[in-house]
Ligand binder design. Sequence first.
Ligand SMILES: Cc1cc2nc3c(=O)[nH]c(=O)nc-3n(C[C@H](O)[C@H](O)[C@H](O)COP(=O)(O)OP(=O)(O)OC[C@H]3O[C@@H](n4cnc5c(N)ncnc54)[C@H](O)[C@@H]3O)c2cc1C
Length: 441
Amino acid sequence: METISFERSIPVRHQVDVLVAGGGPAGCAAAWAAAKMGRKVLLLEGHSCLGGLGTAGMVPTFMHISDGYHLLCAGFASALLERLYQGAVHLKTGETGAGLSIRAEELKRIYDELLTEAGVEFYFHSQLIGVTMEGRKIDTAVFAAKSGLFAVRARQFVDCTGDGDLSVMAGAPFDMGDEEGHTMAGSLCSLWSGIDWKRVQKPDDREIARAIEDGVFAVPDHSLPGMWKISDSVGGGNIGHVFGLDATDEHSLTKGLIRGRQYMREYETYYKKYLTGYENMELIATASLLGIRESRRIRCVETLTFEAFRTLAVFRNEIGRYNYSVDIHPSNPSLEEHLKTSGNFSARHLAKGQSYGIPYGALVPQNTENLLVAGRCIGTDKLMEGSIRVMPGCYITGQAAGAAAALCAGNAQAPAGLNVQTLQKVLLELGAYLPNAKTED
Ligand SMILES: Cc1cc2nc3c(=O)[nH]c(=O)nc-3n(C[C@H](O)[C@H](O)[C@H](O)COP(=O)(O)OP(=O)(O)OC[C@H]3O[C@@H](n4cnc5c(N)ncnc54)[C@H](O)[C@@H]3O)c2cc1C
């Protein structure tokens, strides 16, 4: 392929303490935490709203916010949930809060409000496209926006792009998918009206098997995440797997979006003909961001592994604890893959009251000196990405990365050398759930 070199003088438009790239659940929590600690914080988001996959991606529900007894994502998420559900979320003992439905428009507005109130400066339509480096330190991050190219200089940077774009630009190594590079399928989420929820029953594998046999689907897919109740007649669809996606490649994303939109007609037929309560359903919208379950995992100074899940690990340097299954979706549509990913679930599931610790080092990318990473692309093994990737998990790592960046910006130090006891103390002040923190010397 022909190559050219492209050189421009561009303005350094912002000088801040902390720059957060990407405004999904992790980015919002990170920016909020850093601003609450009095730092000058800028968040830049490529899309047109805050919230990432939970808003523009139309993901219809939150997964576990609690282990059945404690609000694991407390802090930023306490403020958010209180506003979203008009009052504190009171879960009965033993409830995890999984399946709390999301009205995406309200959630967008609440993110706007919370970040504005915290003093975060943020802009949309600003895509991170590169960095300038001084050794292992990011000097500036470069963005392409409607007004052209500009740079941002910051003391600390937080990568919340979901795909680890900033970390990779800064030279951090990464892994993607399994040994052969296969990643979990994505899904294009959607919104449907006209559902008679009173008549809806939980489908089982038989209906989908029948529809597959009848040739309803162009790509036979036995795994059906499902339709969630959003309001009396509206449903949020997390339906239809898009296989073979590479979330870091726009060609693959474009094909995936086109395929996802085509699937909607097939799923409409399936829901109307094979299930009850959906006879009058109508598609209102598909998401503007394709739902990506898995892309890069940034290699960090520590890795959150399945061993931590299995042993309910407690880390001296933990920045939070989480409880959610290792939720792996198929990477191809075969029945064999469906049985492989849906089977053996109990070994990848935590009981009420159980949780695993998240070590601070899983937020510190290797080979970098002023960068933290949060959200679904932190340093994990393949299995643990399947657990920590859900939104409450991203709030926990986002809040911690934002607080760590704020401390490092204040002390002019590298994240790898941060005193984690100091971080834990600050996180507790922000409201985080940290039962094992030892904040006394
Ligand atoms: C189909 C599907 C269903 C799911 N269901 C659930 C569920 O029921 N409950 C749950 O809790 N979780 C669910 N999840 C998981 C969850 O939604 C995501 O893993 C979570 O949103 C990840 O948060 P994040 O902040 O790391 O990344 P994202 O939500 O992906 O946000 C990243 C943000 O960064 C922006 N960005 C990316 N690159 C750049 C760049 N170069 N420059 C500037 N901005 C950039 C993006 O536009 C985006 O706004 C689901 C995920 C999928 C795909």
